[in-house]
Design a protein around this ligand. Structure first.
Ligand SMILES: NC(=O)c1ccc[n+]([C@@H]2O[C@H](COP(=O)([O-])OP(=O)(O)OC[C@H]3O[C@@H](n4cnc5c(N)ncnc54)[C@H](OP(=O)(O)O)[C@@H]3O)[C@@H](O)[C@H]2O)c1
Length: 490
């Protein structure tokens, strides 16, 4: 087993860090960031640390420690060691926003005086989008820009103009090299495994193109509703919340050319080329949906036009992908919670199997990535059923990461990304250029959005999604469940 020191020298930052966490009392902070930071420091990934929470709530340091204690108790994925907790709690401080930049500056000086030698700063803005710039100004007034990196949460703007103006305002204070626009989907092991799968093997890359692939689906239905996020969601909707962020980032990993090196700049460049090759989104290629009952929820306008569901067809106009449709879907209160990429291969040019043999009857061959925390992969194909004659059935090769015994080594997505930001590794973060290109390609849709169509909670969205994908079919719901690796067969 690695000792804390070896873990830190292997993947952690070199210097102690002051973390300034804006929105420290919010939902994301409680569910992911505080438990994640606790795990990172108690596992020895970070050589030294102090954390200052900043938020609107009028708390003192003790109140913040209590809030962090309950958050870790409720949301930490691993058992909490009391000694480790005491050490963590001592490193926590809190400055209410009302106390101003001077108070933050004083708290930062106190915190940094405990470090020996050089240190760095990581500012995490876990605040609603409209509070981000005021947080940046506070950091600037508090003199906390040097030696700092800043993590920005999604959504990054709401259209091309707002993204450009946000970038311009940010660049008045921080350089783009200091800014880490986070997309937690890319921090998931399963998302990074797409790169390993494609570029570490000779088997699939030769057929990863329009000659062999018929279409691609990126499907992220959610069963959850809005819980406490109604006010935020009503202004944003499914496209801005999910597609222009997570789904397009996954699409880039799936579609990009091999980078010249597995390094941040070459990877960003290849992702940005995918975004530049994306054809502008046409309203006729988009289905917007809203679940029945949404308009009756607290905080939602009774004639709201916000979409809680979106399905769309888009095209990447380059040599590899010209003419191959990419279907993207996501929404709230749908039938199942899933995160899959499904790649449908072209059918053979000619079938020699007799009528009624079953060939092709269950759709094309598929390669499927399940991006859930229990990540899995499946390759489906037709094979012969034992017995007389030639009857075919859909079979599959399946792989589950949990079978490897490595599952315990996984860092949560936010943990991984916080470490990367501290080390200055931008591989899994989005650049200003990338995000602005995505907004640019989205403008035809944003300027003339099709009307929202109602759908029943617990369904797969409005019925018209089937014509969007015809003559193909949505892969979800799966016809066959994933195999349970622990089930015993004979
Ligand atoms: N929650 C998630 O699962 C999730 C997932 C991905 C990304 N995100 C992103 O993460 C960010 C935070 O989301 P959230 O769900 O945690 O929201 P939230 O629960 O509303 O938390 C936001 C926090 O920021 C505080 N705040 C508001 N204005 C502030 C200001 N000017 N300065 C400092 N603090 C301020 C709020 O204080 P009060 O409580 O006093 O209002 C609250 O503690 C958003 O950009 C969101 O899009 C969230």
């Amino acid at each position: 087993m690695s000792t804390p020191a070896t873990q830190s020298s292997r993947v952690g930052p070199r210097y102690p860090h002051l973390v300034v966490l804006f929105g420290a009392t919010g939902d994301l902070s409680k569910r992911k960031l505080l438990p994640g930071l606790f795990h990172l420091v108690s596992s020895g990934f970070i050589p030294g640390y102090r954390i200052i929470g900043v938020s609107l709530d009028e708390l003192d340091a003790e109140g913040f420690r209590n809030l962090a204690r309950s958050a870790v108790a409720e949301f930490a994925q691993r058992p909490v060691d009391e000694e480790a907790w005491k050490a963590f709690a001592e490193a926590l401080d809190y400055v209410p926003l009302s106390a101003g930049a001077g108070a933050l500056k004083a708290a930062a000086e106190r915190a940094e005086s405990t470090f020996q030698g050089e240190s760095r700063r990581l500012h995490y803005l876990s605040v609603p989008p409209n509070a981000a710039l005021s947080a940046v100004r506070t950091l600037s007034e508090a003199g906390l820009v040097d030696r700092a990196r800043i993590v920005m949460e999604k959504p990054f703007g709401v259209d091309l103009e707002s993204a450009k103006s946000l970038n311009a305002s940010l660049h008045e204070v921080f350089t783009d090299q200091q800014i880490f626009r986070i997309d937690h989907f890319l921090g998931k092991e399963a998302a990074q495994n797409i790169l390993a799968f494609r570029f570490a093997n000779g088997l699939f890359e030769p057929i990863w193109n329009r000659n062999f692939i018929d279409h691609v689906q990126i499907d992220v239905p959610e069963t959850l509703g809005l819980s406490t996020r109604a006010a935020f969601y009503e202004k944003v909707g499914a496209f801005r919340d999910m597609v222009v962020t997570h789904l397009f980032q996954i699409l880039a990993f799936m579609a990009m050319e091999p980078p010249t090196a597995l390094l941040p700049d070459p990877i960003s460049e290849e992702k940005n080329k995918v975004f530049r090759s994306l054809l502008p989104l046409q309203p006729t290629d988009v289905v917007r949906g809203q679940y029945i009952g949404y308009r009756g929820e607290p905080g939602i306008h009774k004639e709201s036009d916000t979409e809680t569901f979106i399905a769309l067809r888009c095209f990447i106009d380059n040599w590899r992908w010209a003419g191959v449709p990419f279907y993207l879907r996501t929404g709230k209160r749908l039938a199942e919670g899933q995160r899959i990429i499904s790649i449908a291969f072209r059918e053979p040019p000619k079938s020699m199997f007799p009528a009624g043999s079953g060939v092709g009857s269950q759709g094309p061959d598929h390669l499927t990535f399940d991006l859930a925390d229990r990540s899995r992969m499946s390759l489906s194909f037709y094979g012969k059923r034992p017995g007389p004659g030639m009857r075919l059935d859909k079979l599959s090769l399946q792989f589950a990461m949990h079978d490897t015994g490595w599952a315990g080594e996984a860092l949560e997505a936010y943990e991984r990304l916080i470490l990367d930001a501290m080390r200055g590794d931008r591989t899994l973060f989005t650049t200003a250029e990338g995000i602005e290109t995505l907004w640019e390609k989205s403008m035809p849709l944003l300027e003339e959005p099709p009307p929202v169509r109602l759908y029943t909670p617990g369904s797969w969205g409005p019925n018209v999604i089937h014509s969007l994908i015809a003559p193909n079919a949505w892969r979800l719901p799966f016809e066959r469940a994933w195999r349970d690796p622990n089930a015993t067969g004979d």
